[in-house]
Design a protein around this ligand. Structure first.
Ligand SMILES: [Zn+2]
Length: 179
């Protein structure tokens, strides 16, 4: 499981594991992913309402399919409607609080259940990636067997994470040794 700094890519990646594993295969596997995301998103208070049943699994898959289409660059209008709906209805907003020193602090405010908020966050991130012109920056990991998507960034990196770069270097080394 790869969790990075783009929730939209994190959701798309649940279905892009090299051995055809789908993290949204069943409610328990999907709930494990949702809980891992909630633990990772420490600045968004998703709360404890993170249970995934059959209906919520359908929502997760619906949003994943729509976001994947948008990020690929040629979405159907029905996919845009799904992303727009979850962004409008469930994306966490910002609220101001007073910090300990009396200065204002901006914090995330969640509407609805934790899972709704997570789907809203994914949809909002998808909108932001289009708005920021990032679709051309999405790359597929160059490590054999890894199909995870990530943003290349300034360093034009080729691997989704250091593990994959390491594995790829080792495979190249073994190929050379075998000659
Ligand atoms: Zn990888």
């Amino acid at each position: 499981m790869l969790i990075g700094d783009r929730p939209a890519l994190d959701l798309v990646n649940t279905g892009r594991l090299g051995d055809d594993t789908d993290l949204l295969a069943t409610p328990p596997t999907a709930e494990a992913w949702v809980r891992a995301m909630a633990a990772h998103l420490t600045d968004v208070p998703l709360g404890t309402d993170l249970a995934v049943d059959g209906v919520r699994l359908d929502d997760l898959r619906l949003v994943r399919g729509a976001v994947a289409q948008v990020l690929q660059g040629r979405p159907r209008s029905s996919s845009l409607a799904v992303v727009n709906r979850f962004d409008t209805e469930a994306a966490p907003s910002w609220t101001l609080d007073l910090g300990p020193d009396g200065a204002p602090v901006a914090q995330r405010r969640v509407w609805g259940s934790g899972l709704d908020a997570l789907l809203g966050l994914v949809a909002a991130d998808c909108v932001a990636m289009v708005r920021d012109g990032l679709l051309d920056e999405i790359a597929e990991c160059a490590s054999p067997g890894c199909q995870l998507r990530f943003l290349r960034g300034h360093h034009r990196r080729r691997f989704c994470r250091p593990d994959c770069a390491h594995r790829s270097r080792q495979a190249a080394y073994q190929r050379r040794q075998g000659r």
